[in-house]
Design a protein around this ligand. Structure first.
Ligand code: WTA
Length: 647
């Protein structure tokens, strides 16, 4: 299935879905004026949103903008953990469920706000006891268990930025991230459950930190009880140290611009970048958008299926919902274990009312068939969300009909690790939607589509997605590399933030995101840099050169396809292909494993020696070849075409 084609097909149909009056008359935002007023005075709009948080001291100025460096809520003081926990303890909310946790094996935990506060303050004391100070970065490498939230909030409480590394990343990727962040403390678990099997995690940490001299302490949560090697002094069990540590811990008074966390994401070079988010603006952005886009109500049970290791987990599992005092659901396992209706069973069991997932998951559910959700009571649902990649209209309709039963608005939310919070999405009570379009920028957000020269495209035109004014939850820089921040985001178009996405703007001003126009591959909503996979491949002794592209894939959105040339004397064989795939998975993580590796005698290059990835994409997707006149040696293409058959 070619997503881009399907989307434009629908664009012409102008299929509009208006908010149902039973929803819109109860919606948090009912007045369409909000768009105009926020665009007229965006600083004032964001100030109003920031005032909904708890501040120890108000700011002197809303925005200080020395392009491209922003400071929001200058000199304001607050604490993210205080906003997510302490302020909910005063009234009845203290006994509200903050976290409902369902383990893979069906085990269950419920944590009230009061419970969570107790454990978070206790763990904050553990960290302080280990000498972690304000400004020290702590690396968290955990599965989707409540301790992931507890440890993140504990870091926020004492002003220690966290760097959460997705549990699916390999030891090598973990090592790179720990080294860059120079963490002294790592938090991990013995393992996690996946489809009934215990997957080890601690052993990856052992392997990673053998090359990380900064690491002094490893805290290990017991989850699977698989045997792990505990290094005396360095390694401590979470439950043991928690037993010995008192609860109750004063939170650090943070400046609005103090760093809340670093999150590594793939870029267009081999080295992942540490995206830096600060406290005041980030929390304002995530709390505001979570309330407005998901129309959060006090009695909602809110479930975002993202892993804590991604930005969606940070913003819409942890900080946004907890700042708003919501009940969040966390699920450890896979959607098809033990049955393909596990998600629907969970929704039925906990009466989930807001459900936020990715198009890749929806396409998988479509493939499994509607009988799975049909067998479950999904009447508690009132709003559905989508994130991570363009949602193709077929998937949108399937989701709307089979999960939302035609009753629930679907909010397609466009944003990025760098934007911190949702930028383009409908406000479900007032914005008509077109399946496949994330609609229009949120109030106070200036997203546009521009041409090569940075001029806005005319309605109906296509170009590049940019953001024209600063927004509170924007990344502040790339960790330890401000030049990379300037070069990557602020150099393509003068005075504008370049998202890396291509998009179309239709005649109603609606935005249709096409996907990345750079060398980032979006596999099942996860970002993988071509260059990262290429450098993993060339590390292998058999490989001389590698070029990696994303080709369209029916379920994953995109799949990683690698083209390799081999060193002298190496002979291509199926075993070598498997070996190379495993090598990439081991070096980066399973999500980067190439779908296929194509042996090339030579790679197509321009006369100046640049690999022409565009042509490789044409080959992999079976398209008519684009312009090959700049190729140094056109015969390379015919050789490749003969070999590609396997895809
Ligand atoms: C893509 C995930 C179309 C886009 C929150 C972006 C989307 C990248 C959408 C960021 C959407 C995310 N429609 N494309 N609703 N949401 N994307 O940093 O290409 O993991 O640049 O953040 O995902 O991925 P990231």
């Amino acid at each position: 299935m070619n997503n881009a084609k399907t989307i434009s097909h629908y664009e012409d149909e102008e299929q509009l879905f208006f908010p149902d009056s039973s929803f819109s008359t109860r919606a948090n935002i009912q007045n369409t004026q909000i768009y105009d007023s926020a665009w007229v005075d965006y600083k004032n709009y964001w100030m109003g949103e920031a005032q909904k948080l708890h501040w120890f001291k108000p700011w002197d100025k809303v925005l200080e903008w020395h392009s491209p460096f922003a400071q929001w809520f200058v000199n304001g003081k607050l604490n993210a953990c205080y906003n997510c926990l302490d302020r909910h303890l005063e009234g009845w909310r203290r006994n509200k469920a903050a976290i409902i946790f369902e383990g893979e094996l069906g085990d269950r935990q419920v944590w009230t706000y009061q419970d969570l506060h107790r454990e978070v303050t206790r763990f904050a004391n553990v960290l302080r006891g280990m000498g972690v100070n304000k400004g020290d970065t702590v690396t968290i490498y955990l599965p989707m268990i409540p301790e992931a939230v507890i440890t993140m909030l504990a870091c926020a409480r004492i002003g220690a930025p966290h760097s959460v590394v997705f549990g699916g990343f390999s030891a090598g990727a973990l090592r790179d991230r720990i080294s860059d962040a120079e963490s002294r403390v790592i938090i991990t678990a013995d393992g996690c459950w996946r489809r009934g099997k215990a997957i080890p995690l601690k052993s990856n940490v052992d392997e990673a930190i053998s090359q990380c001299p900064t690491v002094e302490k490893v805290v290990v949560v017991q989850r699977t009880r698989v045997e792990v090697k505990m290094e005396p002094v360095r390694d401590v069990w979470y439950h043991e140290i928690m037993r010995k540590t008192p609860a109750g811990c004063q939170c650090e008074i943070m400046d609005a611009e103090d760093v809340l966390f670093i999150l590594y994401t793939s870029g267009t070079t081999g080295k992942p970048k540490g995206i830096v988010h600060t406290t005041g603006g980030y929390l304002t952005g995530v709390a505001s958008t979570h309330r407005n886009v998901f129309d959060l109500k006090e009695d909602d049970v809110y479930w975002c299926t993202a892993d804590i290791g991604w930005i969606t987990g940070h913003s819409y599992v942890v900080y946004g919902p907890l700042a708003n005092g919501a009940t969040i659901l966390i699920f450890e396992g896979a959607p098809d274990y033990p049955g393909k209706d596990r998600f629907w069973e969970i929704i039925e069991k906990y009466r989930v009312s807001i459900f936020y997932t990715a198009p890749t998951a929806i396409r998988m559910f479509m493939k499994w068939g509607e009988s799975w959700p049909q067998g479950r009571d999904l009447s508690s649902l009132r709003l559905l969300g989508s994130v991570g990649e363009p949602i193709n209209p077929e998937a949108w309709h399937w989701y709307h009909k089979n999960i939302g039963r035609g009753r629930c608005p679907v909010v397609d939310t466009w944003w990025q690790t760098e934007t911190g919070s949702i930028m383009v999405a409908p406000l479900p009570g007032i914005t008509p939607v077109k399946p496949g379009s994330c609609t229009k920028p949120l109030p106070g957000v200036f997203v546009d589509v521009v041409d090569e020269n940075g001029k806005p495209v005319v309605p109906g035109g296509s170009g590049y997605l940019v953001i024209k004014r600063p927004w509170p939850s924007m990344l502040r820089t790339v960790y330890k590399d401000p030049q990379r921040y300037i070069d990557t985001y602020w150099s393509r178009f003068a005075g504008m933030y370049f998202t890396g996405d291509g998009a179309k703007k239709d005649k109603h001003g609606y935005i249709w995101v096409r996907g990345r126009v750079d060398d980032i591959i979006n596999v099942s909503g996860h970002r993988i840099g071509s260059a990262e996979v290429e450098s993993a491949l060339v590390e292998h002794p058999a490989v001389a050169e590698a070029a990696v592209i994303g080709r369209s894939h029916e379920l994953k959105g995109q799949a990683v396809t690698a083209f390799v040339t081999l060193r002298e004397g190496v002979i291509w064989a199926t075993e070598l292909e498997d070996d190379l795939k495993n090598h990439v998975a081991k070096r980066i993580g399973g999500l980067a494993r190439p779908e296929e590796i194509i042996y090339a005698g030579e790679l197509p290059k321009t006369r100046s020696g640049k690999i022409m990835r565009r042509l490789l994409r044409d080959i992999a997707e079976g398209r008519v070849m684009g312009d090959i006149s700049t190729l140094a040696d056109p015969s390379v293409i015919s050789q490749l075409l003969e070999r590609k058959i396997a895809i």
